[in-house]
Structure formats: C-alpha cells, structure tokens
Design a binder for this molecule. Structure first.
Ligand code: ADP
Length: 439
C-alpha cells in the first residue's frame, strides 16, 4: 500500500509536470520547461540522498530538522531502527559486563577453551589456581596445566566425572577440575574448584574413626576376655548367667564393629591401587565355604561351583574379606532348610563371583542403599542377627579398588544373588580364556 507522504510526493511530481505543461503552452518551449522542472526535482532528490548518506555516516546523528514528506519518513524510520539497535547493543554489553564481573569475582576458576583447547578467556581465580595469565590467551591449556591426569581427561571422550589434581600454581592446594560444553563450535569451559579443605576434613574424619576404633580395641579385648572367662566359670551364680551371656554377646558385636571400622579405615588410607598378587580364586572360595560350614546356624547346603580355573590379580586379604562378607550374609539371612551357592566363572566380559541364597530376600527399595555404612534392610531384626552393618560397605570398597562392580538381585521371600564382576584385565595373565566347561 502506498503511504500518505508517498502519495503526496507522487501528487507533487504530477503537479510539477502540469505546471511545466501550462508554462510550455503559455510561454512556448514545452520540452524546455518539462526537462528544466524535472531536472530541478531530480536535483532536490539527489540533494536529499546526499544529505541522508552524510547523516548515516555520522555515528550519533540526531534527527535533522526541516525534512518532510517521504524523506522525513525515511529519516524517522532509520532513526527508530538505529535507536533500537543502539539500545540492544547497550543492553547486551551491560549483560556481558555483568557476566564477566560476576565470573571474575567467583572463587572458582573458569577458563573458556576453543575446540583446539586454546585459551580464549579466563577469570581472576584461574590465575590463582591454574597459574594461567591473560597473556597466555591463544596457548593450549595443557601447555600450562601439565598434570598427566588432566591431560588424559582433556583427551578422553567421557568428561562427565571431574578429576582431581594438584594446583600448578598454589602450593599444597588440591583442585577438582571439570570440562563442560560452552557455546558452539566445540568450545568448552574448564571449571576448577579448590577442594583442599574438603580433602583435609575427610582426612580428619577418617583419622578420627580410625583412632577411635583403635583406642576402643584394647579395652574391648580386655572386657571380652573377662566376659569369656565369666561365662565359662562354673561358680557363676545362676542369676548372673544370662546377663553375663548377653554382655558377652554385645561386647563381641562391639568388637566386630570396631574390627570392621578398622578394616574400612585401612582400605581408605591404603595405597590408591591394591596389590597385584596372583589370587587362587578356587582355593580362596573353598576356604570361605569351609569357614561357613563350621558356623553353628547355617543352611543345610552350601555349595561351591567352580566353572573356571582362572586366577585373579589383586590383594588376597582384601578379596577374602569381601567374598567372606557376602557368604556370611547369605548364611546369616538364609534359614536352615535353605541353600547357598558360591560360583566362579569367566567369560569375555571378565570374571564373575556369585553368592546366591534362597533366604529371606531384600525389598527392592533397599537394594540401592545396601552398601551404605550401617544400613540394614530390616532395621530391627538385622541388628539382632549380629551383623555389624559394615560388611557390604567393605565389600563394595574392595571391589571398587579392584575395578570390579557389585550387582545385587533379590526377591522378597525367594532369595538373593550377589555378583562381583571383575574386568578381563583383572584376570591373572594367561587365565582369561580358561574355562572348566570348555576344557
Ligand atoms: P550386616 O552386618 O547387617 O549383615 P551388611 O553390610 O553385610 O551388614 O549388609 C547390610 C544389610 O543388607 C543387612 O543388614 C541385610 O539387611 C541386607 N543383606 C545383606 N545380604 C543379605 C542377604 N544375603 N539376604 C538378605 N539380606 C541381606
């Protein structure tokens, strides 16, 4: 649709042609008048165009005065667009400034990297924690943070779990690093947090538990010794027999808890990687089965099924405590009429130790929490059953240290199956394809 000023402009042009026609008729030389007046109109338009071009080249041009009609509209339209654009730019730069100010003030280090891991931007904390300076922009980040753990993490495909390294610039500090996708074109944000205090607190907690358990061990041994002598003393008055037996039972439980806490502390404080001794799995499981058979209240059948002769590499004492915890649980939570089956097999996914029972089973909602310390599926009864509540926590810890996982399947009233899955690299060299069934 033609706007009103455009309509007026068109009217003016027609009027001009009419004036030229009348002047040509009155004074003669129609063509001269027509060309003359049209040339004047063209000059006027060119003048306005020139003015517009000059105005556009001014960055902060105000709306010029005395411009009407179509040109007035063109100026007003452009002026509106420019104002809007300027406003948006101001808003955007305010947001960017605000973002930079807030990330600069963050105690966590942030570094923006391009797809080639070159540094694009960094905040103040990045200088303190990583030792990266503004002048390092454009350099690859692994030229500055050279810790092999970080270099591997930078190259790995799975970057979901953060890694921990020593700070390259802040003495004694430990950092947790995480890479997250940022913006487009393969950019990433490297986030670093100082976790020195958290690690120190964890150590204080671990040391406290280890020291408390250690301090409790000696007095408990003395108490247990006296209570043992008392329970077997024929001269103990009849009225005292039951209370002394109860005390002896509870003191025994306390000693078992202290021993399990010490085992956990040892596992946590020990070297990051367990020993790589050759462990005879068949022999180890046979020994655990023999121990289980000697327990007074046990299910009628405890079977051992060895489908493989393969050995594992790891710390024998740790593996013994993990497997014997699983077997003693199966024995503890299975009635005398039930059965327990211990199995060892190997396939292309690795080695698998299974402890299956036909016991009371575990409610589905309790399964994910079983390996938490002191967690019991049946709070009242499981405590009475004499367990420490730490057996599965120990088992999980040991398995994690050996790169293995614990799978728990169970159905209430039907029984449970605990399977330890060891990766192929944990099988002793030369043993990873030996399978009794195939032999
Ligand atoms: P506890 O010393 O109490 O047995 P654990 O850490 O070994 O502690 O086990 C945690 C809880 O898991 C137990 O209290 C029990 O509720 C449940 N549980 C473990 N093994 C079995 C099993 N084979 N059958 C039924 N429940 C089990």
């Amino acid at each position: 649709m033609v706007s009103r000023p455009a309509f007026i402009a068109l009217g003016r042009l027609l009027m001009l042609i009419a004036v030229a026609a009348v002047a040509g008729l009155v004074f003669g030389g129609l063509l001269f008048w027509l060309v003359g007046l049209l040339a004047a109109a063209l000059a006027w338009q060119l003048y306005n165009l020139f003015r517009l071009e000059r105005w556009l080249s001014l960055r902060e041009g105000k709306l010029p005065r005395g411009v009407f009609g179509v040109w007035g509209q063109v100026y007003a339209g452009i002026y509106r667009l420019r104002s809007k654009h300027r406003e948006r730019k101001k808003r955007l730069s305010r947001v960017i400034k605000e973002f930079r100010r807030s990330t600069a003030a963050l105690p966590d280090a942030s570094v923006v990297l391009n797809a080639d891991h070159e540094i694009i931007w960094l905040n103040r904390a990045a200088t303190e924690l990583f030792g990266i300076r503004k002048a390092d922009r454009g350099l690859r980040v692994d030229n500055i943070i050279r810790d092999p753990v970080f270099v591997d993490y930078l190259r790995s495909v799975d970057q979901d779990a953060p890694v921990e390294i020593r700070s390259p610039s802040k003495p004694g500090a430990r950092l947790s690093l995480r890479l997250v996708p940022y913006g487009g074109e393969g950019q990433q944000m490297l986030l670093g947090r100082d976790i020195t205090d958290r690690i120190r607190l964890e150590k204080v907690r671990r040391d406290f538990v280890a020291n408390a358990s250690h301090e409790l061990r000696s007095p408990l041994t003395v108490i247990n010794g006296y209570l043992d002598s008392l329970t077997s003393d024929p001269e103990l008055p009849g009225a005292w027999r039951q209370p002394v037996c109860d005390m002896s039972h509870q003191a025994g439980r306390m000693q078992a808890i202290v021993e399990d806490l010490l085992t956990l502390s040892r596992l946590e404080a020990g070297a990051k990687k367990p020993a790589r001794d050759r462990v005879d799995v068949g022999g180890l499981l046979a020994m655990i089965r023999k121990d289980a058979l000697s327990l007074p209240e046990r299910p009628g059948t405890i079977e051992l099924r060895l489908d493989s002769e393969a050995d594992l590499t790891g710390a024998e004492n740790e593996l013994y405590s993990a497997f014997s915890n699983l077997v003693s649980n199966a024995v503890k939570y299975t009635p005398a009429t039930g059965r327990v089956e211990i199995g060892w097999s190997v396939d292309e996914r690795g080695g698998h130790i299974t402890v299956a029972d036909t016991g009371k089973g575990i409610p589905a909602d309790a399964i994910p929490r079983l390996t938490e310390r002191f967690y019991r599926a049946d709070k009242g009864r499981d405590r009475v059953s004499g367990g420490t509540g730490l057996g599965l926590a120990i088992a999980k810890h040991v398995l994690e240290r050996h790169g293995a996982t614990l799978e728990i399947e169970s159905e209430l009233g039907q029984g449970s199956r605990f399977t330890c899955h060891f990766p192929p690299e944990r099988l002793a060299p030369g043993d990873n394809v030996v399978n009794l069934q195939q032999a």
